[in-house]
Ligand binder design. Structure first.
Ligand SMILES: Nc1ncnc2c1ncn2[C@@H]1O[C@H](COP(=O)(O)OP(=O)(O)O)[C@@H](O)[C@H]1O
Ligand SMILES: [Mg+2]
Length: 258
């Protein structure tokens, strides 16, 4: 079943009176249970596209359909995990995870149970009563993921959530996220500029063209899980994406020299 449809999304921004086209007609179908990775050079419009799906920004034209219905604003059916956890430092870990549930009016006992389940899934049970400043960056991102999952969204949106992590922590989380995806069967859209991440995580990888952004190519990766960073069999996908992105970066440097 098609979970999300982006239909010809166009978005421009004004920069000192100049119009910059960030998205130039993005069309994408995401099926239920898909793990879609969007990869592209920085500044190509990945975050803008994700923000439009989240309802944080409005497109100039085009529309996003969730379960066949147009979306126009933010909603608990789409939760976002950002690069930096965006956690509340004055709340304990468990209260951070419960925050959205509390806002949604879920009774205390029920939300405690839900948040404990996700803390357990993210191996954070021991830290339920800690404050977020007492945690490492990797643990903070796990709290942010637990908080997003606790809302039981239709789609989990992730914008470079592992970009600030050291490589060992990132490798661990790449495996954990695959296990969670298999367990929860969530539909995930994950944005990254990191090719390895997209190959390890995605069953579909959407390669974004440089500004003005369109989808240049979709690559299907049908390969066993959990996939590991060091798996040599993933190299061919890595190189295929790298070639596509290299030509994008080359095209941009030529433009910049004009
Ligand atoms: N709020 C904004 N105001 C003006 N320009 C913006 C804004 N957000 C993004 N842009 C521009 O849109 C383009 C795409 O940005 P972004 O979506 O953040 O790219 P990415 O996430 O791929 O790095 C960039 O040229 C950026 O300068
Ligand atoms: Mg971005």
């Amino acid at each position: 079943m098609t979970k999300l449809q982006a239909k010809n999304i166009v978005k421009h921004f004004d920069h000192n009176g100049n119009s910059v086209v960030a998205l130039d007609g993005i069309t994408l179908n995401v099926e239920e249970g898909d793990f879609v990775c969007i990869v592209g050079p920085s500044g190509c419009g990945k975050s803008t596209f994700l923000n439009i799906i989240a309802g944080l920004e409005q497109p100039d034209s085009g529309e996003i359909l969730l379960n066949g219905k147009p979306i126009s604003e933010t909603g608990p059916d789409r939760t976002m995990v950002f690069q930096e956890g965006a956690l509340f430092p004055w709340l304990k870990v468990i209260d951070n995870v419960e925050f959205g549930l509390k806002m949604a009016g879920i009774p205390k006992d029920e939300r405690r149970e839900i948040s404990r389940r996700y803390l357990d899934m993210m191996q954070l049970t021991k830290f339920a009563d800690s404050y977020t400043y007492q945690l490492s960056t990797g643990m903070k991102q796990r709290v942010a993921i637990a908080r997003a999952l606790a809302m039981d969204p239709e789609i989990l949106l992730m914008d470079e959530p592992f970009a600030a992590l050291d490589s060992q922590t990132r490798d661990l989380l790449l495996v954990e996220l695959q296990l969670i995806w298999e367990r929860t069967k969530k539909t995930i859209i994950f944005v990254t500029h990191n090719i390895s991440e997209s190959v390890i995580l995605g069953n579909k990888v959407e390669i974004f063209k440089n500004r003005p952004s369109k989808i240049k190519k979709e690559i299907i990766i049908d390969y066993r899980r959990p996939r590991l960073t060091e798996d040599a069999n993933l190299q061919k996908y890595y190189h295929e994406i790298l070639q596509e992105l290299k030509s994008e970066v080359m095209a941009r440097s030529k433009d910049d020299l004009k």
